[in-house]
Design a protein around this ligand. Structure first.
Ligand code: FES
Length: 353
């Protein structure tokens, strides 16, 4: 111990120090809060009265029955108030389904708590920590405790509670399961196709004016949709979102087309999907000097003259190219649909259906 070391010692009575020292930073807690211990057991009415005990059993069973009724109500409401175009059907469907599922879950929850509070033993027990695997004696003792708990809770003996609990637990998940029916119809191969098909003219977005090759001057950019998309059509916005295209004219000598794609452009005019292959934002910026197309969302950058390959950013694939040509009147037309799904990640781009 050094000269400056500090030590505080109290004599057994805790009042007069044997030695006087500077206490320094040490804090001697002479007034610790006493351990309050466990509260004494409070005898409940159900502990001393058979009449109250039976009443509690009926109350618990009633709550589990309420849960069953709630779940059955949710099932009934789901089929009675189907979702439709009418917004009021959404309100009725969600409201009644919600009420039923709430009762279904609440009945089980409150019933279980009421069962534990009124009928199961409520004396508190403390236990020392022990190894994860107890000795064989302890394991045998645990089994005895479980058997005693079963006996005391009356889980085996109280058939009414047990059966209504089974019933409520069996019915409660059903409303949740039938909600899967609302996931909608199978999309089939609709995600693989757009409105473009052989001979569809390219039109300006949003005017719908069809575009001649002679309208597209060097360096100009057009936002394009397929001619014939009808705004009155229910699917209009969906089809437009999938089919949106950027049309750009560059000097044909600057285009580096692969063998496979030779003939997909017309005199330096190329058409690429406008939907970013990262997470689907519209690629809307064209840098004329570098021939880069930029997505404003996360800065993915596509090289227009090199098959729209990704040169920067998080996009993982080039933008899909729309093969184009001109018809007899000089209007730009599609040679076919896109030959791969447009937009962000897709589970399989290699197979065309
Ligand atoms: S959506 Fe285009 S970069 Fe993220």
């Amino acid at each position: 111990m050094t000269e400056n070391s500090k030590e505080v010692e109290l004599n057994k009575s805790g009042s007069t120090p044997e030695h006087e020292y500077d206490a320094g930073l040490r804090v001697a807690n002479l007034d610790a809060v006493a351990d309050p211990g466990l509260e004494p057991h409070r005898v409940r009415m159900t502990d001393k009265s058979v009449k109250h005990e039976k009443a509690a059993v009926r109350q618990v069973a009633l709550l589990f029955t309420l849960s069953m009724l709630g779940s059955a109500f949710a099932l009934w409401a789901y089929f009675t108030f189907p979702l439709s175009e009418d917004l009021s059907s959404v309100r009725l469907n969600t409201m009644y389904l919600g009420i039923g599922m709430t009762l279904g879950l609440m009945g089980i929850g409150i019933g279980a708590v009421h069962w534990a509070k009124t009928l199961m033993p409520d004396n508190e027990v403390s236990e020392e920590r022990h190894l994860t695997r107890g000795t064989d004696e302890k394991r045998a003792a645990a089994i005895e405790i479980l058997a005693a708990a079963n006996q005391e809770s009356g889980f085996t003996r109280r058939k009414l509670i047990r059966r209504t609990l089974y019933g409520s637990l069996a019915l409660f998940p059903l409303p949740g399961i039938i909600l899967f029916a609302d996931l909608g119809p199978n999309p089939g191969d609709s995600l693989r196709h757009t409105f473009w098909k052989k001979g569809t003219r390219l039109a300006k977005d949003p005017t719908g004016i069809e575009i001649k090759a002679s309208d597209v001057t060097l360096g100009s950019v057009f936002q394009v949709i397929p001619a014939g998309l009808n705004p009155e059509n229910k699917e209009y916005l969906e089809e437009k979102a999938k089919a949106a295209v950027l049309l750009v004219r560059v000097d044909p000598s600057e285009l580096n087309e692969t063998e496979e794609r030779k003939g997909w452009s017309y005199q330096g005019i190329v058409a690429y999907s406008k939907i970013c292959t990262h997470v689907g934002c519209p690629v809307a910026l064209y840098e004329q000097h570098t021939h880069h197309l930029l997505c404003p969302c996360h800065q993915s950058t596509f090289d227009l003259v090199n098959g729209c390959k990704v040169v920067f950013g998080p996009a993982a694939r080039p933008l899909p190219q729309l093969p184009i040509t001109v018809d007899s009147e000089g209007y730009l037309i599609a040679q076919s649909d896109f030959l791969e799904p447009v937009g962000p990640s897709f589970w399989d781009r290699s197979v065309k259906s």
